[in-house]
Write a protein that binds this ligand. Structure first.
Ligand code: ZN
Length: 454
């Protein structure tokens, strides 16, 4: 039961799709086995994963076998004497494998968990994602030679990064299975980087699979052209019960703590785990939830804004400090810091450029970390006003924050539904403003004033 999909909480439908695709992919590999040995031979129709896959499932057209509208498929699905296609179709009738996927869902729903699990299932020597073989293990551990993971550390993924990645992804898989590129936060691709990726997806190397993660398939997140080339796996916000269950089973959290953390994290699995296990995360949350009680005047509102911003900065600083230091040390070693003699001066001139480049990337990552920390705080705060609203409306739903339920009830009485809704909207507007690059301090100050005035 503990295969690679076990940690995909509350996503039964997606897991069924991915299992079927993995089985289908394994069948493709078996069917294409003789072809794989002919390294260097130009790809014909049967070499091409896409063409093979189209024989039994075209992602762009749900009408099924033989419905390929691309017109460029080199293989004829109806051709007799096609042992490869026949075997694949027989092994996975109606199930589809394709070379580009998008995992969508709200933050914490497990987009990247799903992508990694699927990658492991594709690299699994049994083709199932058993969770025990070297293919599964190395993929999940992030050390598989044919799996590249792009985690944008800054605010966006650059075109340079993407080009290098696409180039490497085109090589023959060393393990004989698939070259897999996982792009977390594909919504943070720059336009140029998106175009570089699109090119690769439009003309995929035969054994390369792209797994993209994004909040949604809205054009703001993923370009329409990329979207049209990918199959979408929608993930939903996992129910609190399922999140609590996995905290108990996998992380050994006490059931009552798990229940509380799952509810407080509002379906965000990673956040629930942090709340359950990290006392500092709990303290930060408590400080945020104390904000509504402290808003007693204009001065207090500005103080609360400062406190929230500074807490996010401090949290972010801690989270990136270790990586920053390790990178600086590694770069200095690589550059042979302190070297003298011939060539050292020239090397140092190059080094200055590289150091500057590293600092720029680290600054971008720090900004991202601050925004992420601030956003987590705003989600907690929104949960509080949502509780006040549902209480004012006497809606029969459980509160998000059980530990501040009495404060929310008092707020509901004081503000009524309308006032609670206005405050909830102020928090959501603040999130949207920061996402749209409004300076966080300005957005948070405006929000605090709205929360105070109502
Ligand atoms: Zn395995």
């Amino acid at each position: 039961m503990t295969d690679v999909f076990a940690d995909l909480v509350g996503q039964d439908e997606a897991v069924v799709t991915l299992r079927r695709a993995a089985a289908s992919a394994a069948a493709l590999l078996r069917a294409g086995a003789p072809v794989a040995a002919r390294v260097g031979v130009p790809a014909d129709g049967y070499d091409d994963l896409d063409a093979l896959a189209e024989q039994f499932d075209d992602p762009g057209d749900p009408s099924g076998p033989g419905a390929s509208g691309s017109g460029e498929s080199a293989c004829d699905p109806g051709a007799s004497g096609d042992p490869g296609g026949a075997a694949a179709a027989e092994a996975a009738p109606g199930a589809g494998m394709t070379h580009a996927w998008i995992f969508t869902g709200p933050p914490g729903s497990g987009r990247s968990v799903a992508a990694r699990a699927f990658a492991a299932a594709l690299q699994c020597v049994h083709g199932t994602g058993c969770g025990r073989c070297p293919g599964c293990h190395t993929t999940l551990a992030g050390t598989h030679a044919d799996v590249r993971l792009v985690v944008p550390e800054g605010l966006s993924i650059s075109v340079g990064e993407m080009r290098a990645l696409v180039l490497r992804a085109a090589s023959t898989p060393s393990g004989g299975r698939w070259q897999i590129v996982i792009i977390e936060d594909a919504d943070r691709l720059t336009e140029a980087a998106g175009n570089a990726l699109l090119k690769a997806i439009e003309e995929p190397p035969p054994r390369t699979v792209f797994l993209l993660c994004a909040p949604s398939t809205h054009p703001d997140d993923v370009s329409v052209t990329i979207r049209s080339r990918c199959r979408v796996v929608p993930l939903r916000q996992p129910p609190a019960g399922a999140v609590a269950e996995v905290l108990v089973r996998r992380d050994g959290v006490a059931p009552d703590v798990a229940q509380w953390a799952a509810a407080a994290a509002q379906g965000h699995v990673g956040r629930a785990r942090r709340l359950a296990r990290d006392p500092e995360a709990r303290q930060r949350r408590e400080a945020v939830l104390a904000v509504p009680r402290r808003l007693t005047g204009v001065g207090a509102a500005f103080d609360a804004a400062s406190a929230l911003i500074e807490a996010a900065e401090a949290e972010a600083a801690v989270s990136v400090a270790e990586a920053d230091e390790a990178e600086r040390a590694a770069l200095q070693t690589a550059l042979g810091a302190g070297g003298t003699g011939r060539g050292a001066a020239g090397a140092m001139r190059g080094a200055a450029g590289q150091l500057k480049d590293l600092e720029r990337r680290q600054k971008s990552r720090a900004t991202r970390a601050q925004r992420d920390a601030l956003d987590r705080a705003l989600v907690d705060l929104a949960g509080f006003y949502r509780d006040a609203l549902t209480m004012a409306l006497r809606a029969p739903v459980a509160p998000v924050h059980t530990d501040t339920a009495t404060t929310a009830a008092a707020g509901a009485q004081k503000w009524d539904a309308e006032g609670s809704l206005r405050r909830l909207e102020a928090v959501l507007e603040c999130r949207a403003a920061i996402e749209a690059n409004v300076k966080p301090r300005i957005a948070v100050e405006a929000m605090m004033l709205s929360l105070w005035r109502g």
